[in-house]
Design a protein around this ligand. Structure first.
Ligand code: SAM
Length: 362
């Protein structure tokens, strides 16, 4: 690991868990800005087999990188217990498994089955780089996964391989997308992170490729997550530009959100060939409607993707906390939540030591 980088283990001193408001029993849970808790993202591993230059650059995440030890990682049973308490306190409607690369976690389909059983009716999804999806799609569906999001930054092999930085061929991801759709994990979402001068020439190609398939491509503004990707505002292609470029080839019309707090702004093709989404967390912050909590691989709760520290639920849990004690901890954490990083982002905040996305989950 590059000497200039401080390992995450040294950045993880947890925050003190604030007490829940005494009179809040039975009152709908909301944070200091009135935001509800609706989505839970669970990072099931801090490891990935890709080295995407904007997420886990090779020079930092090398053979010496201090990944979590086995006993630091939450077990499936611990994840399910925390997810169940999350649902009880906040009425979670959506759970997304992520990482790192979630399909690298051994027997991930067993976790899906456990969550499906514990959280009936919840929208259960997973975000993957697609490398192991062909092999796993059927088992994931059988275990109860509803849908899958596949990250795909380019259709052009040279660009794709330069971005994943492990020479993984795009054809295998495209094949996995077809297999996942056939297995019933459709409609898929396809995430493309757009970085100026790197893959922005692929925006229209990606739109063209997936038009008419039922899958929804979501163009994501390159973000200053973590502290290792050397983010600069100049590298961001604003979503408005993405929409403009696609609209020149395939006319687009704006459409409304499917649910409150949906982060992607939706656009439909005027000719009826489906829709795209744009996620503009840099140029049009959506903090005011953010309903997401994140559970890191080692059992810390983060209330913002750009947080520097989390709340250590694992220690509480392993010290024998009851469900009531865990509920109270989660209520206290959420009631005190005031995060609005994207609204106050500056060049200076972009240089802060935020926790890596591969650790708390994208
Ligand atoms: N390994 C899985 C994958 O590749 O989808 C899940 C984890 S990954 C961190 C989740 C998502 O975060 C991916 O779609 C990835 O492209 C996105 N992501 C990572 N770093 C990003 C950045 N700096 N800006 C915007 N999106 C980013």
């Amino acid at each position: 690991m590059a000497k200039t980088v401080i390992p995450l283990k040294e950045l993880r001193a947890p925050l003190a868990i604030p007490p829940a408001h005494a009179s809040s029993d039975g009152v709908a849970l909301a944070d200091t800005r009135g935001r509800k808790l609706r989505d839970l993202r669970i990072s099931v591993t801090d490891r990935c087999n890709f080295r995407c230059v904007y997420c886990m650059p090779k020079e930092v995440f090398d053979a010496d990188y201090p990944y979590l030890e086995h006993d630091e990682v939450l077990t499936f049973e611990e994840i399910v217990r925390i997810a169940r308490v999350f649902r009880a306190v906040g009425g979670i409607e959506k759970v997304r498994l992520t990482g790192g690369e979630p399909l690298l976690r051994r027997d991930i389909e067993r976790l899906v089955a456990l969550l499906r059983e514990a959280l009936p009716g919840v929208d259960l999804t997973l975000t993957t780089n697609g490398s192991a999806l062909k092999a796993k799609a059927r088992a994931l569906k059988a275990a109860g996964l509803d849908r899958v999001t596949v990250s795909l930054d380019s259709l052009d092999d040279a660009t794709f391989q330069a971005m994943n930085d492990v020479d993984f061929p795009v054809a295998k991801v495209l094949e996995a997308i077809d297999v996942a759709a056939a297995a019933g994990l459709a409609p898929l979402k396809i995430n493309m992170v757009v970085k100026r001068g790197v893959n922005d020439h692929q925006v229209v190609d990606l739109a063209r490729h997936f038009r008419g398939t039922g899958h929804v491509v979501r163009f994501i503004e390159y973000m200053d997550v973590g502290s290792t990707n050397g983010w600069r505002m100049d590298d961001v292609i604003p979503s408005a530009e993405v929409v403009r470029r696609i609209h020149e080839h395939f006319p687009l019309q704006p459409i409304g959100s499917l649910y409150p707090g949906e982060v992607a702004k939706r656009w439909r093709y005027a000719d009826g060939a489906g829709e795209i989404g744009v996620i503009s967390s840099v140029t049009r912050a959506f903090c005011s409607t953010c309903t997401r909590a994140r559970l890191s691989t080692d059992g810390q709760v983060y209330t913002c993707l750009f947080a520097q520290r989390g709340f250590d639920l694992k220690t509480l849990l392993r010290e024998g906390a009851t469900d009531d004690a865990l509920s109270s901890a989660l209520r206290g954490i959420w009631q005190h939540r005031a995060d609005r990083y994207s609204e106050i982002r500056t060049d200076e905040t972009a240089r802060e030591r935020k926790v890596e996305m591969s650790f708390i989950g994208g």
